[in-house]
Design a protein around this ligand. Structure first.
Ligand code: SAM
Length: 182
């Protein structure tokens, strides 16, 4: 899983950069660990943001946080700070010694044909390339990420056609992982 803070969209639909939210990192790290994923890549181009996140991780991995709640340390041990999607993809390719597919998620169908969760689950159940599953922040992943995806997952939608669909990235990641790997 990769949590992108750039390139993402802002309210006006322009490409922006968001700040790292500690809650997102904790939540997605716990979900990734629960579903047996090797890493959560936290993508941020600003060194100062990556340093802030590294300080939070240090508190939990080598400080009082980890001593108080070892389970949380186990989840956060899988967090890898990178400056771009490309760096995350290269790191995963290195870790798995092979090709990496880029998969994206979105609250609305974007960028062309989408893949259902059931079909994506079947793809993951068969031997194939490693997958970097990207989640956005702000108002979603920027088109430059969506457009180069190998697989664009269909949006999570409730059965009730209520017209509302604004999941947090934390909820979206947990639901997606359960549909793909639960
Ligand atoms: N600050 C916001 C938050 O987390 O509450 C950020 C929202 S961000 C746009 C939501 C991200 O979660 C999207 O980029 C996408 O990766 C994922 N997401 C949200 N709703 C989704 C849905 N219905 N289906 C699939 N993914 C969704």
């Amino acid at each position: 899983v990769a949590l992108l803070h750039h390139p993402v969209l802002d309210r006006q639909g322009t490409v922006a950069t968001t700040t790292i939210t500690s809650l997102d990192v904790h939540d997605l790290a716990r979900s990734a660990r629960t579903y047996g994923l090797p890493a959560l890549y936290v993508v941020h181009p600003l060194p100062s943001q990556r340093e802030l996140c590294a300080r939070i991780l240090k508190h939990w991995l080598a400080g009082p946080g980890g001593r108080r709640i070892p389970d949380r340390a186990a989840a956060l041990a899988g967090v890898v700070l990178v400056d771009s999607v490309g760096e995350a993809r290269a790191a995963l390719a290195d870790a798995t010694s092979g090709p990496v597919e880029l998969w994206t998620t979105a609250a609305r169908p974007r960028g062309g044909e989408t893949c259902s969760h059931a079909a994506a689950r079947a793809l993951l159940a068969t031997a194939g390339p490693a997958v970097l599953l990207c989640f956005g922040t702000g108002w979603g992943l920027a088109p430059e990420v969506i457009d180069r995806a190998d697989v664009r997952l269909a949006p999570i939608v409730g059965r009730a056609a209520c017209g509302y669909n604004h999941l947090s990235v934390r909820a979206a990641c947990a639901i997606t992982l359960d549909r793909l790997l639960g």
